[in-house]
Design a protein. Structure first.
Length: 631
């Protein structure tokens, strides 16, 4: 059965049954330059030494992102800059900001431990445009290396493509970064950690030796020292598409799949025709095969999705094009270097396809489905039986064109879609099955939708701004057992009104997350001493001060059901023993985000009295009870 859901959307909007909540926003500056896509964020745990503001637990994730902003005064930097990278904590506080030193930070970042692999620290990589440089940063935002080097202001819209990270070239130690280039019409593979000081790939000399870098202005660094180009693959046209990495032909080596051509989202005309889909051999950078899409102005600027639909051990390729078709390619099964009609099929999407599709088992049948969207506003769920059979399971028509790429959510997975195109390999695949899978889709009319994976029905909608040309990510970033969606929203494509980064609560909760656990507690005054030493101190206002924390991060202590025992031994030999509850006027609280409570207990004890205060038990909002004996 094929379901069409436009009527349901109308009724849903009229009923206003919204579950999305705005948890926080971050407002950018107002000066912009636009291209096809905006920068999508990445959600990643950068470690406790990055978490310096906000008060949330160190285990919470950080949001790192670029933007379309350029040549502005940035309050975060206290200075004018040509572009900016930002790291924002799980509560919406800025952790750090970095001047790109070249231009807009439009590329969608990838994050992984790729520099000094195995040290447990995550690094970050992205491209700049109209900047010159690919830039890698450590978890604090310090540059590790840039290509070329050092960064130079300006640039001919170089790196609008976003980088993928994987072990692509097995003969070179460590991982590689692969990214498309716009004016150079090419795909570049660079060593992710060039600190070995060796030229491990082709000899590229210096970038200024080559036409598209001729006006760089400085030498651009040294091969094998400042950066290391492993290979460069020339395409017919600009590469805006983000490369996807996977073993397409099942030979055990990684392949790189990418498209070419350039269509400006807010422009009336195609900037540069291309329309080719390339499969590149990862270890060598040689062409395996190419396929040309149709139309009078062919463009493939979406990122391919790679998954094994038929269980044969190699990966199929799914990617849309400007001609309105979604291309489903089984691969070069006969090894002739071409894709024949017998090795592929197409599905017409109703309008140009710039959105990268998502692949997941959305109906829990053990088989991957495809979630694809187009400028027509249609979102389709498709099944694919390679090489030539594609079936539409459902179609949902939303309010406007879609250039944003869908994100997949599973409430039981706190890290389900942390990157643009799902993960650092950019394969657009959610690999786990579940009875409850959702697709989140953003439209150029500024709306975010939650779609039921089985039926395609709209379960939630929120209007955030004028346009959305970035893509959402989804994870439980603040560890409250609810999935959050983070996306950047455009309020005026030509500037004058700031873009806003939104963090939304999705109302999707992880049922396995709600476990009662121990609370940790510790005295703040008097402080702990050896058992044989009696502390003789004067605490502020003669109060006993404790702190305690609910360690699941999703629950909060219910202060009205916090209990303490007070034992007073007076100078005259008399004693007082009584219990204090949170509602009493001798106990007050100061809640420290995200999970910690400071409690003060006092009574009419006097100077030189001996007082023992014991924090006995604590109840939480979700009914957990913790006794001090537990901790």
């Amino acid at each position: 059965m094929v379901w069409k859901n436009w009527l349901f959307i109308t009724l849903f909007i009229l009923n206003n049954l919204f579950a999305f909540t705005v948890k926080w926003t971050y407002i950018e500056v107002e000066n912009y330059d636009r291209m096809t896509f905006g920068a999508s964020p990445v959600a990643v745990d950068l470690g406790p030494d990055v978490n310096s503001v906000g008060g949330e637990p160190d285990e919470c994730l950080e949001i790192v992102t670029g933007s379309d902003e350029y040549s502005s005064f940035f309050p975060e930097l206290g200075a004018y800059a040509v572009g900016i990278w930002r790291c924002i904590d799980a509560l919406g506080n800025l952790e750090w900001a970095v001047d790109t030193r070249t231009d807009e930070s439009r590329s969608s970042l990838a994050a992984l431990d790729f520099y000094n692999v195995g040290d447990g620290h995550t690094e970050i990589v992205g491209g700049t445009t109209s900047g010159w440089n690919v830039e890698t940063m450590d978890r604090h935002g310090n540059f590790l290396w840039t290509f070329p080097s050092p960064p130079q202001t300006g640039g001919p819209y170089m790196w609008h493509s976003s980088p993928a990270i994987a072990d692509i070239v097995w003969s070179v130690s460590g991982l590689e970064v692969v990214i498309g280039n716009n004016p150079c019409s090419s795909v570049w593979c660079l060593q992710a950690d060039p600190s070995d000081g060796a030229d491990d790939g082709i000899f590229y000399g210096t970038p200024t030796d080559h036409d598209c870098f001729a006006s760089y202005g400085v030498a651009g660094g040294s091969e094998g020292t400042d950066w290391d180009v492993i290979w460069k693959f020339d395409t017919d046209a600009s590469v805006i598409s983000t490369p996807a990495v996977g073993d397409v032909d099942g030979d055990g080596d990684m392949d790189v799949v990418v498209g070419d051509g350039y269509q400006h989202t807010y422009g009336l005309f195609v900037e540069e025709t291309g329309g080719n889909i390339y499969c590149i051999d990862g270890p060598t950078g040689a062409l395996r095969w190419r396929f040309s899409t149709g139309g009078t102005e062919p463009v493939v600027d979406a990122s391919p999705a790679l998954a094994d639909f038929d269980g044969d051990g190699d990966l199929e390729i799914i990617v849309g094009a400007q001609d309105g078709n979604l291309y489903l390619i089984d691969g070069d099964e006969d090894g002739d270097g071409n894709i024949s009609p017998a090795e592929m099929t197409t599905v017409y999407m109703g309008g140009p396809v710039h959105s990268s599709c998502a692949i997941a088992d959305v109906n829990n049948d053990g088989i991957f489905e495809i979630i694809a969207a187009s400028n027509s506003g249609d979102v389709k769920c498709l099944s694919y039986s390679p090489p030539t059979t594609a079936t539409t399971i459902w179609t949902t028509t939303l309010d406007g064109a879609i250039v944003s790429s869908p994100a997949i959510a599973n409430p039981s997975d706190p890290y389900c879609w942390t990157h643009f195109c799902a993960n650092p390999m950019r394969n657009n695949v959610y690999p786990y099955t579940s009875e409850e899978i959702y697709a989140f889709v953003c439209t150029m009319d500024g709306n975010v939708y939650r779609l039921n994976g089985i039926s395609g029905s709209v379960e939630d909608i929120i209007h955030l701004g004028e346009h959305i040309h970035t893509s959402p990510i989804i994870a439980d970033i603040d560890l409250d057992c609810q999935l959050e969606l983070v996306v950047t929203v455009c309020n005026n494509p030509y500037g004058g009104s700031p873009d806003i980064i939104y963090c939304l609560g999705t109302d999707l909760y992880n049922p396995d997350c709600f476990d009662c656990r121990k609370m940790v507690s510790w005295p703040l005054c008097p402080v702990d001493t050896d058992d044989d030493v009696i502390p003789i101190v004067s605490c502020p206002e003669q109060a006993a001060v404790f702190a305690y924390a609910e360690t699941t991060y999703w629950d909060r202590p219910d202060t009205s059901f916090t209990f303490a025992s007070v034992n007073i031994f007076r100078r005259d030999g008399s004693e007082m023993h009584f219990a204090v509850q949170g509602v009493a006027n001798t106990m007050n609280f100061n809640i420290v985000p995200l999970d910690t409570v400071i409690v003060n207990v006092w009574h009419n004890w006097e100077h030189l009295d001996s007082v023992i205060v014991v924090l006995d038990s604590i109840f939480t909002n979700y009914g957990c009870t913790t006794y001090t004996a537990d901790t």
